[in-house]
Design a protein around this ligand. Structure first.
Ligand code: ADP
Ligand code: GLC
Length: 479
């Protein structure tokens, strides 16, 4: 079965968050189910640089403003179709934002083009390649569903995955005439949203199936608290809405072989983690002692509950904990972390920025992986934590609720606990969870059992890849 994945990022070529990890890992996971997944991606500079030779498979005189071509290539084990369109994607700065951190003003063109090309491929643009299923991701891929629905193509089926409903791709009505959609698409059944154009909204309306990345988030987004205005539409479409948990790439994230670690180890040799802890302490300027080292690897945003962490730093330190923070994001939150580190030399360290290797070392050396998100569609850092024996301390929302088993006394007794959960997601809630974590840490037998249990949890793609495969099959069966 040929499936075309439509994604604005893909690991290892271009990543701003978990979407890249998922888009990069899913093709390999699906290959085991006889699914050939190709990925349609924008030709950003870092993608073009990785391409090498490639083969031109299609040319456009005018792809939303200028000439462009499609290049097929196999890179890092991924089958890519890259949209080589310099006027849309070849620029310095971030992939979504300019050097000043503002959204690119033409993002609507850049991602309309992505969806439009996907629909053209499904209509047979390239001889010998005609995917029957399009699997689009987030608002950047969502327009593929609208272009299929309004393009008179009744054979292609589209699955749209919501990785984060907070990002919806909303634009003014003035862009509509440039979208290459019939006028009929500018209403409730199409891309119209509160008088403007909503890319995610249109996709959710037009896709044949909607998925999101955990069962709990699939329920949450049908409520006003988490649906960000789209809850009504999702309730209407609930019969076609599925929550399928993300897995992780267990090859790239394997403490036995991970080259980014100072020492490799397995569930039976977690003692060696100490060497990583030492390396981590050095990197973050932390003292070595008998208290737990909390690690935080995250975008520094409101979603991730970073302000709640800032509120709890003094408390965490007073309980004998240390904190290592790796991340970047909102200026105010970065400042809060810089100040926390200045207030607690040797106890709190902050590395501002994005560092893939260091993120691995943190999983291999931290005692606790802190994930106190206000909402979390799935979350990957707690899954890496489980696999690496960095016990996750998570808020009870979304995928965090679905992947971590809280160490309440019953679970500890039964030996099934894998981490600590807390709710409500506020300062006192996290404070109490930190207290509980420190006290569990000082029960070495309980702690190491929890670590080992986590390390044995199946966080691979196996089960979820099977669910996606079954979903694609059922979509084709409905024709
Ligand atoms: P989200 O996609 O919402 O940011 P996820 O938990 O799904 O959250 O995925 C985040 C991914 O980005 C993980 O692979 C995590 O390790 C990585 N990551 C986040 N911040 C950093 C950072 N500063 N340096 C390196 N990796 C990071
Ligand atoms: C989004 C979500 C995160 C999820 C990731 C991959 O970025 O915020 O929870 O793990 O997508 O699906």
């Amino acid at each position: 079965m040929d499936v075309l994945s439509v994604t604005s990022e893909i690991y290892p070529l271009v990543k701003t968050g978990g979407l890249a990890d998922v888009a990069g890992a899913l093709p390999r996971a699906l290959a085991a189910h006889d699914i050939a997944m190709r990925s349609l991606v924008p030709g950003y500079p870092q993608v073009m640089a990785a391409l090498g030779k490639g083969r031109v498979v299609a040319r456009f005189d005018d792809l939303f403003g200028d000439a462009a071509q499609l290049i097929a290539a196999r890179v890092e084990g991924l089958d890519l179709i890259v949209i080589d369109a310099p006027h849309l994607y070849d620029r310095a700065g971030g992939i979504y934002v300019d050097e000043a951190g503002e959204d690119w003003a033409d993002n609507w063109t850049r991602y309309a083009a992505l969806g439009w090309v996907a629909a053209e491929l499904a209509r047979g643009l390239v001889e010998g390649y005609r995917p029957r299923i399009i699997h689009a991701h987030d608002w950047q891929g969502a327009m593929a569903a609208a272009y299929v629905a309004f393009g008179g193509d009744s054979t292609t089926k589209v699955a749209l995955t919501i990785h984060n409903i907070a990002f919806q791709g909303q634009f003014g009505a003035d862009i509509f005439p440039h979208l290459r959609l019939p006028q009929a698409a500018f209403d409730m059944t199409g891309v119209e949203y509160y008088g403007g154009v909503g890319f995610l909204k249109g996709g959710l309306r037009c896709a044949h199936a909607i998925t999101t990345v955990s069962p709990t988030y699939a329920l949450e987004i049908q409520t006003p608290e988490y649906g960000m205005g789209l809850e009504g539409l999702l309730v209407e479409r609930s019969a076609d809405l599925y929550g399928i948990l993300n897995g992780i790439d267990v090859e790239a994230w394997n403490p036995r072989t991970d080259a980014a670690l100072a020492a490799n180890y397995a569930a039976a040799s977690t003692g060696k983690r100490q060497i990583n802890t030492l390396a981590l302490a050095e990197r973050f300027g932390l003292e070595m002692d008998g208290g737990p080292l909390f690690g935080l690897v995250s975008r520094l945003t409101w979603q991730k509950g970073i302000d709640i962490v800032a509120d709890n730093v003094d408390w965490l330190v007073s309980l004998g904990g240390r904190l290592a923070v790796l991340g970047s994001g909102d200026g105010g939150l970065e400042d809060a972390m810089t100040q926390a580190a200045a207030r607690h030399p040797g106890r709190v360290g902050f590395v501002r920025g994005y560092d893939e290797n260091l993120s691995h070392l943190m999983q291999g050396g931290a005692d606790v992986m802190l994930v106190p998100s206000r909402f979390e569609p799935c979350g990957l850092t707690q899954l890496y934590g489980l696999r690496y024996g960095a016990v996750p301390l998570v808020s009870r929302v979304g995928g965090l609720a679905d992947t971590v088993i809280d160490a309440n006394e019953a679970a500890v007794e039964a030996g099934v606990a894998t981490g600590i959960q807390f709710s409500p997601v506020d300062g006192p809630g996290l404070g109490e969870a930190i207290r509980r974590t420190v006290s569990l840490f000082h029960r070495p037998a309980v702690w190491s059992r929890m670590q080992r249990k986590g390390m044995k949890t199946d966080v691979s793609w196996d089960r979820s890849a099977e669910k996606y495969a079954a979903l694609y099959t059922s979509l084709l069966g409905n024709q």
